[in-house]
Design a protein around this ligand. Structure first.
Ligand code: NCD
Length: 306
Protein backbone atom coordinates (compact mmCIF):
# COMPACT_ATOMS: atom_id res chain seq x y z
CA UNK A 1 0.00 0.00 0.00
CA UNK A 2 1.08 3.60 -0.63
CA UNK A 3 2.57 5.68 2.20
CA UNK A 4 -0.48 7.97 2.35
CA UNK A 5 -4.23 7.47 2.21
CA UNK A 6 -5.66 10.73 0.91
CA UNK A 7 -8.73 9.69 -1.07
CA UNK A 8 -10.51 6.68 -2.51
CA UNK A 9 -10.92 8.25 -5.94
CA UNK A 10 -8.35 6.58 -8.14
CA UNK A 11 -8.02 3.36 -6.14
CA UNK A 12 -8.89 0.35 -8.27
CA UNK A 13 -11.00 -2.62 -7.22
CA UNK A 14 -7.96 -4.72 -6.36
CA UNK A 15 -6.53 -2.07 -4.02
CA UNK A 16 -9.90 -1.53 -2.33
CA UNK A 17 -10.51 -5.26 -1.96
CA UNK A 18 -7.04 -5.78 -0.50
CA UNK A 19 -7.79 -3.16 2.17
CA UNK A 20 -11.17 -4.71 2.97
CA UNK A 21 -9.59 -8.17 3.21
CA UNK A 22 -6.85 -6.90 5.48
CA UNK A 23 -9.46 -5.22 7.69
CA UNK A 24 -11.53 -8.36 7.81
CA UNK A 25 -8.47 -10.26 9.05
CA UNK A 26 -8.09 -7.64 11.82
CA UNK A 27 -11.74 -7.90 12.92
CA UNK A 28 -11.13 -10.44 15.71
CA UNK A 29 -8.57 -8.09 17.29
CA UNK A 30 -10.84 -5.08 16.74
CA UNK A 31 -13.74 -6.95 18.34
CA UNK A 32 -11.52 -8.26 21.14
CA UNK A 33 -12.06 -11.94 20.41
CA UNK A 34 -8.32 -12.10 19.69
CA UNK A 35 -5.56 -10.43 21.74
CA UNK A 36 -4.03 -7.14 20.54
CA UNK A 37 -1.11 -7.25 18.15
CA UNK A 38 2.27 -5.57 18.50
CA UNK A 39 2.68 -5.11 14.75
CA UNK A 40 3.10 -1.33 15.17
CA UNK A 41 4.93 -1.33 18.52
CA UNK A 42 7.09 1.76 18.88
CA UNK A 43 5.19 3.70 16.20
CA UNK A 44 3.71 7.10 16.97
CA UNK A 45 0.55 8.40 15.30
CA UNK A 46 -0.47 12.07 15.64
CA UNK A 47 -4.16 12.87 15.30
CA UNK A 48 -4.60 16.47 14.11
CA UNK A 49 -8.27 17.33 14.20
CA UNK A 50 -9.35 20.79 13.10
CA UNK A 51 -13.01 19.83 12.98
CA UNK A 52 -15.19 18.12 15.56
CA UNK A 53 -15.09 14.35 15.72
CA UNK A 54 -16.24 11.59 18.04
CA UNK A 55 -16.07 8.32 16.13
CA UNK A 56 -13.26 8.96 13.71
CA UNK A 57 -10.71 10.26 16.20
CA UNK A 58 -11.42 7.62 18.84
CA UNK A 59 -11.50 4.95 16.15
CA UNK A 60 -8.00 5.87 14.94
CA UNK A 61 -6.78 5.89 18.55
CA UNK A 62 -8.37 2.51 19.19
CA UNK A 63 -6.94 1.06 16.00
CA UNK A 64 -3.44 2.29 16.87
CA UNK A 65 -3.73 0.89 20.39
CA UNK A 66 -4.84 -2.53 19.13
CA UNK A 67 -1.70 -2.67 16.99
CA UNK A 68 0.61 -1.54 19.78
CA UNK A 69 1.19 2.02 18.44
CA UNK A 70 0.84 5.16 20.57
CA UNK A 71 -1.33 8.14 19.62
CA UNK A 72 -0.90 11.86 20.22
CA UNK A 73 -3.94 14.10 19.90
CA UNK A 74 -4.06 17.72 18.84
CA UNK A 75 -7.33 19.51 18.37
CA UNK A 76 -7.57 22.77 16.42
CA UNK A 77 -9.17 24.51 19.40
CA UNK A 78 -6.56 24.79 22.15
CA UNK A 79 -3.60 24.50 19.77
CA UNK A 80 -1.25 27.23 18.56
CA UNK A 81 -3.52 27.77 15.55
CA UNK A 82 -5.30 30.26 17.83
CA UNK A 83 -1.96 32.15 17.99
CA UNK A 84 -1.76 32.36 14.22
CA UNK A 85 0.32 29.30 13.39
CA UNK A 86 -0.59 27.94 9.99
CA UNK A 87 -1.97 24.47 9.39
CA UNK A 88 1.17 23.51 7.48
CA UNK A 89 3.58 24.90 10.09
CA UNK A 90 1.74 22.96 12.77
CA UNK A 91 2.05 19.75 10.77
CA UNK A 92 5.78 20.34 10.10
CA UNK A 93 6.31 20.83 13.83
CA UNK A 94 4.36 17.70 14.66
CA UNK A 95 6.46 15.78 12.17
CA UNK A 96 9.62 17.20 13.76
CA UNK A 97 8.56 15.48 17.00
CA UNK A 98 9.28 12.25 15.18
CA UNK A 99 5.84 10.81 14.42
CA UNK A 100 5.33 8.04 11.86
CA UNK A 101 1.93 9.21 10.67
CA UNK A 102 -0.32 12.24 10.81
CA UNK A 103 -4.04 11.55 10.75
CA UNK A 104 -5.64 14.82 9.75
CA UNK A 105 -9.15 16.23 9.66
CA UNK A 106 -9.49 19.67 8.24
CA UNK A 107 -12.20 21.96 6.95
CA UNK A 108 -10.11 22.59 3.84
CA UNK A 109 -10.83 20.35 0.86
CA UNK A 110 -7.35 19.20 -0.08
CA UNK A 111 -5.93 19.78 3.42
CA UNK A 112 -4.51 16.27 3.71
CA UNK A 113 -3.03 16.52 0.20
CA UNK A 114 -1.30 19.75 1.15
CA UNK A 115 0.37 18.10 4.14
CA UNK A 116 1.37 15.06 2.11
CA UNK A 117 3.28 17.31 -0.29
CA UNK A 118 5.36 18.77 2.54
CA UNK A 119 5.97 16.11 5.19
CA UNK A 120 7.93 12.89 4.92
CA UNK A 121 5.79 10.85 7.33
CA UNK A 122 2.55 9.15 6.29
CA UNK A 123 -0.58 11.26 5.99
CA UNK A 124 -4.02 9.73 6.44
CA UNK A 125 -7.05 11.81 5.57
CA UNK A 126 -9.70 11.71 8.30
CA UNK A 127 -11.98 14.07 6.35
CA UNK A 128 -11.07 17.16 4.32
CA UNK A 129 -13.90 19.63 4.01
CA UNK A 130 -16.45 18.54 1.46
CA UNK A 131 -13.94 16.41 -0.42
CA UNK A 132 -13.31 12.89 0.91
CA UNK A 133 -13.34 10.75 4.05
CA UNK A 134 -11.57 7.66 2.77
CA UNK A 135 -11.59 5.49 5.91
CA UNK A 136 -15.34 6.13 6.24
CA UNK A 137 -15.86 5.02 2.63
CA UNK A 138 -13.89 1.86 3.33
CA UNK A 139 -15.79 1.05 6.50
CA UNK A 140 -19.03 1.60 4.63
CA UNK A 141 -17.90 -0.93 2.02
CA UNK A 142 -16.84 -3.42 4.68
CA UNK A 143 -20.21 -3.02 6.38
CA UNK A 144 -22.11 -3.76 3.16
CA UNK A 145 -19.87 -6.71 2.36
CA UNK A 146 -20.24 -8.25 5.81
CA UNK A 147 -23.98 -7.63 6.12
CA UNK A 148 -24.99 -8.71 2.61
CA UNK A 149 -22.11 -10.96 1.58
CA UNK A 150 -21.24 -8.89 -1.51
CA UNK A 151 -21.01 -5.39 -2.92
CA UNK A 152 -21.10 -6.14 -6.64
CA UNK A 153 -24.59 -5.83 -8.11
CA UNK A 154 -26.07 -4.21 -5.00
CA UNK A 155 -28.17 -1.05 -5.17
CA UNK A 156 -27.24 1.58 -2.61
CA UNK A 157 -29.15 4.82 -2.03
CA UNK A 158 -27.17 7.62 -0.44
CA UNK A 159 -29.77 10.05 0.88
CA UNK A 160 -29.49 13.65 1.99
CA UNK A 161 -26.86 16.35 1.76
CA UNK A 162 -24.77 14.85 -1.01
CA UNK A 163 -23.35 18.16 -2.20
CA UNK A 164 -21.58 18.85 1.09
CA UNK A 165 -20.75 15.29 2.07
CA UNK A 166 -17.22 13.90 2.02
CA UNK A 167 -18.76 10.64 3.26
CA UNK A 168 -20.92 10.41 0.13
CA UNK A 169 -17.99 11.21 -2.15
CA UNK A 170 -15.72 8.52 -0.73
CA UNK A 171 -18.54 5.98 -0.58
CA UNK A 172 -19.65 6.57 -4.17
CA UNK A 173 -16.13 6.13 -5.52
CA UNK A 174 -15.51 2.89 -3.65
CA UNK A 175 -18.96 1.35 -4.03
CA UNK A 176 -19.19 1.98 -7.78
CA UNK A 177 -15.61 0.79 -8.30
CA UNK A 178 -16.57 -2.44 -6.50
CA UNK A 179 -19.57 -2.94 -8.78
CA UNK A 180 -22.50 -1.47 -6.84
CA UNK A 181 -25.11 0.85 -8.33
CA UNK A 182 -25.37 4.07 -6.34
CA UNK A 183 -28.41 6.36 -6.37
CA UNK A 184 -27.89 9.80 -4.93
CA UNK A 185 -31.16 10.99 -3.42
CA UNK A 186 -32.03 14.41 -2.05
CA UNK A 187 -33.47 17.81 -2.80
CA UNK A 188 -31.95 19.57 -5.83
CA UNK A 189 -30.23 22.10 -3.56
CA UNK A 190 -28.28 19.33 -1.82
CA UNK A 191 -27.25 17.37 -4.89
CA UNK A 192 -24.37 18.03 -7.28
CA UNK A 193 -25.58 20.00 -10.29
CA UNK A 194 -24.27 17.47 -12.74
CA UNK A 195 -22.74 14.05 -12.37
CA UNK A 196 -20.46 14.40 -15.37
CA UNK A 197 -17.69 11.86 -14.98
CA UNK A 198 -17.66 12.12 -11.20
CA UNK A 199 -16.74 8.43 -10.80
CA UNK A 200 -14.86 6.07 -13.04
CA UNK A 201 -18.02 4.07 -13.83
CA UNK A 202 -20.61 6.83 -14.42
CA UNK A 203 -23.15 4.25 -15.62
CA UNK A 204 -23.34 3.01 -12.02
CA UNK A 205 -24.29 6.41 -10.59
CA UNK A 206 -27.62 8.24 -10.86
CA UNK A 207 -29.62 10.99 -9.20
CA UNK A 208 -33.14 10.83 -7.85
CA UNK A 209 -35.30 13.35 -6.02
CA UNK A 210 -37.95 10.82 -5.04
CA UNK A 211 -36.97 8.50 -2.21
CA UNK A 212 -40.40 6.85 -2.10
CA UNK A 213 -40.13 5.79 -5.73
CA UNK A 214 -36.98 3.72 -5.21
CA UNK A 215 -37.41 2.26 -1.71
CA UNK A 216 -38.54 -1.14 -2.96
CA UNK A 217 -35.38 -1.68 -5.06
CA UNK A 218 -32.73 -1.02 -2.43
CA UNK A 219 -30.23 -3.32 -0.77
CA UNK A 220 -28.69 -0.53 1.27
CA UNK A 221 -29.95 2.86 2.35
CA UNK A 222 -27.30 5.21 3.65
CA UNK A 223 -28.66 8.30 5.36
CA UNK A 224 -26.57 11.45 5.76
CA UNK A 225 -26.66 14.33 8.19
CA UNK A 226 -27.40 17.73 6.68
CA UNK A 227 -24.07 19.58 6.98
CA UNK A 228 -25.35 22.83 8.44
CA UNK A 229 -21.77 23.89 9.27
CA UNK A 230 -20.98 23.91 5.55
CA UNK A 231 -23.68 26.51 4.90
CA UNK A 232 -26.15 24.13 3.31
CA UNK A 233 -28.27 27.28 3.60
CA UNK A 234 -31.61 27.28 1.86
CA UNK A 235 -31.35 23.54 1.27
CA UNK A 236 -33.05 22.42 4.45
CA UNK A 237 -36.67 23.18 4.94
CA UNK A 238 -38.93 22.09 7.75
CA UNK A 239 -40.40 19.37 5.57
CA UNK A 240 -37.03 17.69 5.00
CA UNK A 241 -38.09 14.71 7.13
CA UNK A 242 -41.39 14.43 5.26
CA UNK A 243 -39.60 14.12 1.93
CA UNK A 244 -36.25 12.54 2.75
CA UNK A 245 -36.33 11.23 6.30
CA UNK A 246 -36.14 7.47 6.80
CA UNK A 247 -39.37 7.28 8.72
CA UNK A 248 -40.80 4.08 10.14
CA UNK A 249 -43.33 4.05 7.31
CA UNK A 250 -40.59 4.24 4.67
CA UNK A 251 -38.50 1.61 6.44
CA UNK A 252 -41.50 -0.71 6.28
CA UNK A 253 -41.44 -0.39 2.49
CA UNK A 254 -37.80 -1.44 2.13
CA UNK A 255 -37.10 -5.04 1.07
CA UNK A 256 -36.69 -7.27 4.14
CA UNK A 257 -32.95 -7.73 3.60
CA UNK A 258 -32.19 -4.03 3.07
CA UNK A 259 -29.80 -2.56 5.61
CA UNK A 260 -29.77 0.97 7.03
CA UNK A 261 -26.51 2.87 7.45
CA UNK A 262 -25.51 6.29 8.75
CA UNK A 263 -21.98 7.62 9.34
CA UNK A 264 -23.04 9.44 12.51
CA UNK A 265 -23.64 11.77 14.19
CA UNK A 266 -27.34 10.96 13.73
CA UNK A 267 -29.93 13.69 14.11
CA UNK A 268 -32.71 11.44 15.31
CA UNK A 269 -36.12 12.45 14.07
CA UNK A 270 -34.62 14.41 11.15
CA UNK A 271 -32.86 12.02 8.76
CA UNK A 272 -33.75 8.81 10.63
CA UNK A 273 -36.59 8.01 12.99
CA UNK A 274 -35.68 6.62 16.40
CA UNK A 275 -37.03 3.13 15.96
CA UNK A 276 -35.41 2.77 12.52
CA UNK A 277 -32.00 3.77 13.91
CA UNK A 278 -32.47 1.27 16.74
CA UNK A 279 -33.93 -1.59 14.67
CA UNK A 280 -31.37 -4.32 15.31
CA UNK A 281 -32.59 -6.27 12.27
CA UNK A 282 -31.74 -3.56 9.76
CA UNK A 283 -29.61 -0.91 11.37
CA UNK A 284 -25.86 -1.22 10.87
CA UNK A 285 -25.08 2.12 12.48
CA UNK A 286 -23.11 0.71 15.41
CA UNK A 287 -21.71 -2.08 13.23
CA UNK A 288 -20.18 0.62 11.03
CA UNK A 289 -18.36 1.98 14.07
CA UNK A 290 -16.98 -1.45 14.97
CA UNK A 291 -15.94 -2.13 11.38
CA UNK A 292 -14.23 1.26 11.34
CA UNK A 293 -11.67 0.14 13.89
CA UNK A 294 -10.63 -2.80 11.70
CA UNK A 295 -10.46 -0.53 8.65
CA UNK A 296 -8.21 1.95 10.45
CA UNK A 297 -6.01 -0.89 11.68
CA UNK A 298 -5.64 -2.03 8.07
CA UNK A 299 -4.86 1.49 6.87
CA UNK A 300 -2.32 2.19 9.65
CA UNK A 301 -0.66 -1.16 9.05
CA UNK A 302 -0.59 -0.50 5.31
CA UNK A 303 0.85 3.01 5.66
CA UNK A 304 3.36 2.60 8.49
CA UNK A 305 3.76 -1.16 9.00
CA UNK A 306 6.99 -2.76 7.93
C1 NCD B 1 -18.98 12.45 9.22
C2 NCD B 1 -17.93 13.50 8.95
O1 NCD B 1 -17.43 14.14 9.87
O2 NCD B 1 -17.62 13.66 7.80
N1 NCD B 1 -18.90 11.78 10.40
C3 NCD B 1 -17.97 10.79 10.57
O3 NCD B 1 -16.79 10.97 10.36
N2 NCD B 1 -18.42 9.58 10.94
C4 NCD B 1 -20.34 12.84 8.82
C5 NCD B 1 -21.02 14.01 9.49
O4 NCD B 1 -20.42 14.78 10.21
O5 NCD B 1 -22.21 14.15 9.22
Amino acid sequence: MARHLLQLEGLDAAALTALLDRAEAFLPIAQRTAPPSDALAGRLVANLFYEDSTRTRLSFETAAARLGARSLALQGAGSSSSKGESFLDTALNVEALGVDAIVVRSAIAGGAHLLARHVRCSVINAGDGRHEHPTQGLLDCLTVRRALGSIEGRTVAIVGDIANSRVARSAMHALTMLGATVRLVGPPTLLPRSLGSIVQHPERLSISHDLDAILGDLDVVMMLRVQLERAAGGGVSSDYRIQYGLTRDRANRLPPHCIVMHPGPVNRGVEVDDDVADDARRSQILGQVSNGVAIRMAVLQGCIGS
